[in-house]
Design a protein around this ligand. Structure first.
Ligand code: GLN
Length: 399
């Protein structure tokens, strides 16, 4: 008998989970040499200065375990940044923890507070890690959907927060509510009044909040990002998640952070220390000195808005219907009005066809829903060099 045939089988912890859509679409793009506007990552280099900072940290022998919560210099810098932008003073020692990227912060926060049977409310379309993370904790996902607003021709025009459904979903068993602003995949941005409304919904409950704000520095047209940190009542019950990958064009470095009140951070760290223990040291030093120059994140809206506007201008010469993109580096389009037979495809098939036959990879928005929800909308990532966007547009303009 082949020894590998003796590997015991066991019931999966995540029976319904396959490989993430981002990995699948990136592989398909590579296989077909398509321009990859699917998975969200920049195709341009990060600042050499940031690399030099990390290099310097390694040469200065910052190569052993850092403190479990992250190096003090980086936690101090984050606390200062949050105070400056959102007005809330987090204590770097008891309230800020460095994580191996936003996704680890999300999983760890969920494992830290969700017990079997607890309900966790998410708003779909939702980033695809939320649901499996809740499942691993034994929690029950309660999903409400963004309201889809359509134009007169029936194409998706925008999305709105489903306040009524949200109010109905929150009750005494709600342990956690996950929000995400700026929102992946729709680009939607919460307003100040939205935070007020959420605070109103939770004020008499014991529901905690996990606020995924990894695109915090990508809000356009002069608008502001409203962090839970800008709202004292919400800050007092929230895990605020952010990441350096998006902000500094280093998605592969996997360094992020979680800011939360001391009682939440204490539980968070109990899980964190047995999950990753610590996050790599030289990157933390490199990021800490880079963070002292605020221009690196303050310039980001203008940088990405130019890309967004260039991409949207090009898309306006196609048959796609453009949705608004007030934040993130994503642009959603409705393809149902295209005058081609593929306009009738479901979103996943349309993306496969677009990747293999037109040569441009995109992500189906249906992948952000648990139950197949088809609205004819796909997501492009515009965090690309102008030449990449222009090549993609040339291909898309045949549609
Ligand atoms: N957040 C990125 C996106 O939405 C991808 C992250 C990942 O590949 N898991 O495209």
């Amino acid at each position: 008998m082949n020894p590998s045939d003796t590997t015991p089988s066991f019931p999966s912890r995540l029976p319904n989970v396959g490989t993430t859509v981002f990995t699948v679409m990136s592989a398909l793009a590579t296989e077909h040499q398509a321009i990859n506007l699917g998975q969200g990552f920049p195709d341009f280099p990060c600042d050499r200065k940031l690399i030099a900072n990390v290099n310097d940290a390694m040469l200065a022998d910052h190569n052993q375990y850092p403190p479990m919560l992250g190096i003090k210099e980086l936690r101090d810098g984050i606390a200062q940044k949050i105070k400056g932008l959102y007005g809330h003073q987090y204590d770097p020692d008891s309230e800020i923890t460095i994580t191996a990227g936003g996704t680890q912060g999300i999983l760890t926060a969920i494992l830290a507070c969700v017990r079997p049977g607890d309900e966790v409310v998410i708003i779909e379309p939702a980033y695809d890690s939320y649901r499996p993370s809740i499942e691993l904790a034994g929690g029950k996902t309660i999903a409400v959907s963004l309201e889809v607003i359509r134009n007169e021709q029936g194409q998706v025009a925008s999305y709105e927060i489903p306040w009524e459904a949200l109010a109905n979903a929150i009750h005494s068993k709600t342990r956690l509510i996950i929000i995400n602003t700026p929102h992946n995949p729709t680009g939607m941005v919460w307003k100040r009044t939205d935070l007020d409304r959420l605070a109103d919904l939770v004020k008499d409950t014991s529901a905690l909040i996990l606020s995924d704000e990894v695109y915090e520095h990508m809000v356009y047209d002069g608008a502001s990002h409203y962090s839970v940190a800008s709202h004292p009542l919400l800050a007092a019950r929230s895990f605020l998640i952010s990441s350096f990958g998006k902000t500094y064009h280093v998605t592969g470095w996997k360094v992020g952070y979680v800011a939360a009140p001391p009682t939440l951070s204490k539980e968070f760290r109990k899980v964190h220390q047995f999950n990753v223990f610590t996050v790599n040291t030289p990157m933390q030093y490199g990021l800490a000195s880079y963070l002292t120059d605020a221009s690196h994140y303050l310039n980001l809206p203008a940088f990405y808005q130019a890309k967004r506007d260039f991409f949207r201008a090009g898309l306006s010469h196609t048959g796609f219907t453009l949705l608004p993109s007030p934040g993130t580096y994503f642009q959603c389009v409705d393809y149902s009005a295209l005058n081609i037979p593929q306009a009738k495809f479901n979103e996943a098939d349309f993306c496969k066809w677009l990747t293999t036959q037109v040569g441009v990879a995109a992500i189906p928005v249906s992948a952000f829903y648990d139950q197949a929800t088809e609205s004819g909308v796909i997501r492009f990532c515009f965090a690309k060099q102008e030449q990449t966007l222009s090549n993609a547009l040339q291909r898309l303009q045949s549609l």
